[in-house]
Design a protein around this ligand. Structure first.
Ligand code: TRP
Length: 368
């Protein structure tokens, strides 16, 4: 049997991802799931295991609990309109801001996507950046405590990136990112820019603990930027790492570069959502009604159940009932899908309305 090779880099995720192994390979720590599940006000994706790994998270929490200055940075590479999977780190940032009243910084790396995507023009990357900013504001961040910026617009970031670039050698960056002779040099410089995003709160407000909620594929940036903390007189930023949200058909990562049938976009209409889920969402149900009633379905591999668990059913009791009824065969696959479809459509209707309203708020949030 040929083993499917697993690849996890900031640019490629493929194969079956072994998350335990990544903790060892990347040198991160496993998150204490018991402690997280007891945080009743935390979003489901934090309480129910989507976040699995961290760097210095307890230290960040300790400072936040002591009411010391702490901050959060999480960003987005704007190469596309946004989909459900893109919300994950922002939901965590928003929760931490609500709970601890901390500053949140949200960089959009239009430069990164411009360097990386051959066909993407500078204008397109910037336009996606502006569009994505509306989606992010629509989530409801605190106007006074949230700063959003794009690299091509907030070019002051270059000054900070330069301070970091000077302390990072090519061999370090090459070892972490595996650059090749044909990599364009914009891309080789970019890690200094993402590092500058993450040190920005300390550049602006002095040394303090910063936390970066990210998917695990972004950890290589954390590795190289933590090395320069001492030289800058700053504290090493910490991170919490999420697993990938699988695509509709069960692909390891919901990715907009896949066909539309993998992804629910934040712009999808109710009809489109209904069609996508009914047609494509991988089901843990049985083939025939009789079999399903007799043997029950398997929520552990069911994409609709997974989306309810991590995003759309925050009530533990309600989720437990869905799980039990599905396992016993009382709840059918089509009925489970209907529960999810209705929840997604309620969320998207509200989101799309708030995105429209966000247009008036952009200047309040932006660093320019
Ligand atoms: N590189 C990230 C991505 O492709 C986006 C990003 C830019 C980011 N700056 C960041 C993420 C700072 C976390 C922190 O998704």
């Amino acid at each position: 049997m040929v083993e499917e090779k697993s690849v996890v880099t900031p640019w490629e995720v493929s194969g079956t991802v072994d998350y335990e192994k990544l903790i060892k390979e990347f040198g991160t720590q496993a998150l204490d799931q018991k402690q997280l599940s007891s945080q009743k006000d935390a979003p489901p994706l934090l309480r129910r295991g989507l976040y699995f790994s961290h760097r210095d998270f307890p230290q960040w929490i300790a400072d936040a609990e002591k009411k010391k200055t702490v901050s959060v940075v999480t960003g987005r590479g704007p190469s596309e309109k946004m989909h459900l999977g893109h919300l994950i780190p922002f939901l965590v940032a928003q929760y931490l801001q609500k709970r601890y009243g901390c500053m949140v910084y949200i960089p959009l790396s239009d430069d990164e996507k411009f360097f990386f995507k051959r066909a993407l023009t500078q204008e397109q990357a910037e336009a996606y950046g502006e569009d994505n900013i509306l989606d992010i504001i629509a989530l409801g961040f605190d106007q006074q405590k949230t700063k959003i910026f794009r690299d091509f617009e907030y070019t002051t970031i270059y000054r900070y990136a330069a301070l970091i670039a000077k302390k990072t050698t090519f061999s370090t960056a090459k070892a972490v990112f595996g650059f090749q002779g044909d990599t364009n040099i914009g891309f080789i410089f970019y890690p200094a820019v993402q590092s500058a995003h993450i040190y920005l709160p300390q550049f602006l407000h002095g040394s303090h603990r910063t936390l970066v909620p990210i998917a695990i594929d972004q950890d290589p940036y954390m590795r190289i930027l933590r090395d320069v903390a001492d030289g800058l007189g700053f504290i090493k930023p910490g991170a919490v790492h999420a697993k990938f949200l699988p695509g509709l058909s069960g692909n390891p990562k919901m990715s907009a570069s896949d066909a539309d049938n993998e992804v629910i976009f934040l712009t999808d209409t109710p009809d489109v959502v209904t069609k996508k889920i009914n047609k494509y969402a991988f089901s843990g149900g049985k083939d025939t009604l009789a079999e399903h009633r007799a043997q029950g379905g398997n929520p552990d591999i069911d994409i609709s159940f997974l989306y309810l668990k991590y995003l759309f059913e925050p009530e533990d009791k309600a989720l437990a009932k869905i799980e039990k009824d599905y396992r016993s065969g009382k709840l059918l696959s089509g009925e489970l899908k209907k529960i999810l479809i209705d929840k997604i459509n309620i969320f998207l209707k509200e989101h799309q309305k708030k995105k429209e309203q966000a247009k008036k708020l952009v200047s309040k949030f932006k660093l320019t």
